[in-house]
Design a protein around this ligand. Structure first.
Ligand SMILES: Nc1ncnc2c1ncn2[C@@H]1O[C@H](COP(=O)(O)OP(=O)(O)OP(=O)(O)O)[C@@H](O)[C@H]1O
Length: 607
């Protein structure tokens, strides 16, 4: 399986300054998120850091006083030895307690930081415009940032805290070892370097592996959900399809697993060899200390202390350098997070809440639109007006650009060429909220929220508004009242099988809720409906059409069913992104063209 070209191919290892910048920003984020917790962690860390050197020194005092007590047979020396034992027990016990408390505090910090980073990601993605968030590279960047949202910034912060802790331990141990020989300090420092270099080398390739394979991982995750979710129930009946999906999943899994194993195998082999090298340094140091004691240069107490300090020192240097090396990998992920947070949110929008010619409706001039990455224009050269109060129907074959056109009218996309103006002001100059307040829309496919039935309607305006009477009115207008009546807890019934006590609805019932959601926006004077009746039964369709016809709003409705469009006073026919017919339903039914063919096909069908 070939590795795909990914948007992360360009994620370069940050330079030293950049890395420091990210580390600083992450620490700043930690401080902002939980200042008191951070201070407490810092204080407990200092306590934990000083324990090893203190314990080694107390071990020396114990051995020295025990030897003195044996030599003097003095009760005071015997007591002194026991006091040092008690002191050592207190230090070790206190150290252990502090370490446990530190784990708990860090767990709290992890949760708080995860929440803060997720909030930043949600804030950012909610500001992306539709064109930006639909891009595959943006989706992948978001996925990666979300997957590592809580872990990486916390890991880095934790590594920085641990780096401080290990550095303090190392300085205190080095101060003790210095009294033996400065060369011994050098031995433990050099002994840890090989492992550090290995860590640095592999963290870069681990990042490239995990980010480089993201499309494959996404596909694997998708196939997993395909095999376990209830949605593709019909396809499940065909065992061949299930088997083939399974086979594809298996081969993806084996590929990803194989790559993962290769990477970690190499990492482990390098680690083992370099660990042996670093142990060699430590053993050399220990042999030197033992030799000095045998030669009478050190007391037994000093030998015990220096041996313990050497061991602790080697461990600390190894851990410290591994911590720093692993931090580099975290930084790579964090650079992706900050790249996402710094990404442009979309094209600039204005802040106007009204146009200079109120009541003039939509005016489109030479509008063209090409989807990012597409070679073909979805729309081109569209010029027409939609006067206020007009009931406009749009028809055309699949892929002719109908949905794209209504997304442009609502400002979800902005045209690349030409202009769309509402009330004499370009759509891009309107404040998005003001445009939203003017328009109520049902898009295709309509959204199915795994919330309660009432909340499915309320989502038309957001969940904050809890006006159940308005929800009920909207349900009546959108033909969803019978759906609510049939549910065991009415509006409060949870929808979707994701809930143990949730109910599933039929396609038509979901569509009625989507219509009710649009009807909730009674203040909107432009109603945009993309295939509003596709899933409705004929009686419901007729009732909906009659109700919509009564509404005093500009109506733009897309439908393949001409029966739905009978309320329209004007029809636009699109073909390959261009307008090929424009007229009243009567005119178009008489003129030769796409509309008349459609009209005949549909009336022949019912004849
Ligand atoms: N999000 C998208 N990204 C890229 N291309 C898209 C996207 N949505 C639609 N297209 C392409 O734009 C063209 C117009 O699609 P559009 O959805 O507007 O057609 P439509 O007339 O509404 O079709 P249908 O009747 O099937 O709903 C099609 O060629 C389609 O492949």
């Amino acid at each position: 399986m070939a590795s795909s070209d990914t948007p992360f191919a360009h994620v370069e290892a940050p330079g030293f300054r950049e890395a420091l910048g990210y580390a600083g920003r992450t620490l700043g984020l930690v401080w902002q998120t939980a200042p008191r917790l951070t201070l407490t962690i810092a204080a407990v860390t200092i306590v934990v850091a000083l324990v090893p050197a203190l314990a080694a020194y107390l071990a020396k005092l114990i051995v020295d006083t025990v030897l003195a007590a044996i030599a003097s047979q003095d009760a005071a020396d015997r007591h002194a030895a026991m006091i040092w034992v008690a002191a050592e027990a207190a230090v070790l016990g206190g150290g252990m307690a502090a370490r446990r408390i530190l784990v708990f505090l860090k767990r709290l910090l992890h949760a708080e930081l995860g929440f803060a980073v997720s909030a930043k990601i949600f804030d950012k993605t909610s500001r992306f415009d539709l064109e930006t968030i639909e891009r595959a590279d943006v989706q992948q960047q978001i996925l990666l940032a979300r997957q590592h949202a809580s872990a990486r910034p916390y890991n880095l912060a934790n590594r920085l805290i641990e780096t401080g802790q290990h550095s303090l331990t190392l300085v205190s141990l080095a101060a003790v070892l210095w009294t033996f020989s400065p060369l011994a300090v050098l031995i433990i420092l050099i002994g840890g370097l090989p492992l550090f270099l290995a860590e640095l080398r592999f963290s870069g390739s681990a990042f490239r592996f995990y980010t480089g394979r993201t499309p494959e991982m996404r596909q694997r995750n998708y196939l997993e959900s395909l095999m376990t979710s209830e949605n593709p129930a019909q396809e499940r009946l065909h065992s061949a399809a299930t088997t083939q999906v399974r086979e594809r999943y298996n081969s993806l899994f084996r590929f990803l697993f194989g790559e993962d194993r290769k990477l970690h195998g190499k990492r482990t082999a390098f680690g083992v060899v370099l660990l042996l090298v670093s142990s060699g340094f430590f053993l050399g140091g220990k042999a030197w200390v033992v030799w000095a004691t045998v030669m009478g240069a050190l007391t037994l107490g000093q030998m015990t202390m220096y041996a313990a300090v050497l061991k602790q020192g080697q461990n600390t240097v190894t851990t410290l350098l591994a911590t720093l090396g692993g931090g580099y990998e975290d930084l790579l992920y964090i650079s992706n997070l900050y790249a996402l947070l710094g990404r442009e949110e979309g094209q600039a929008r204005g802040g106007a809440t009204a146009g200079p010619q109120p009541g003039s409706g939509f005016r489109l001039r030479d509008v063209g639109f090409v989807y990012p990455g597409s070679k073909r224009a979805a729309l081109s050269g569209l010029s027409f007006d939609i006067p206020v109060g007009q009931k406009l129907g749009i028809v055309g074959a699949n892929g002719s650009g109908k949905s794209t056109l209504v997304k442009l009218l609502t400002g979800l996309y902005l045209p690349q060429t030409g202009t769309i103006a509402l009330d004499g002001l370009a759509v891009r100059d309107w404040a998005p909220e003001a445009l939203f307040a003017r328009t109520a829309a049902v898009f295709q496919p309509s959204q199915r929220y795994s919330l309660t039935a009432g909340e499915n309607i309320a989502m038309g305006e957001g969940l904050r508004e809890m006006d159940r009477e308005r929800w009920q009115n909207a349900a009546e207008a959108g033909l969803a009242a019978p759906v609510l009546d049939d549910l065991p807890e009415g509006m409060d019934t949870k929808l979707s099988k994701q809930f143990v006590d949730g109910r599933e609805l039929s396609g038509g019932q979901w569509q009625r809720l989507a219509l009710a959601r649009a009807m909730l926006r009674s203040g909107a004077d432009i109603l945009i409906l993309d295939e509003p009746t596709a899933a409705l039964d004929p009686a419901a369709e007729a009732e909906f059409v009659a109700r919509i016809a009564e509404r005093d709003a500009t109506l733009i409705v897309i439908s393949h069913r001409l029966s739905t469009l009978r309320l329209c006073d004007r029809i636009l026919v699109l073909e390959k992104g261009c307008i090929v017919q424009d007229g009243t339903p009567g005119e178009l039914a008489r003129a030769e063209g796409v509309y008349r063919d459609l009209f005949r096909e549909q009336s022949d069908f019912y004849a």
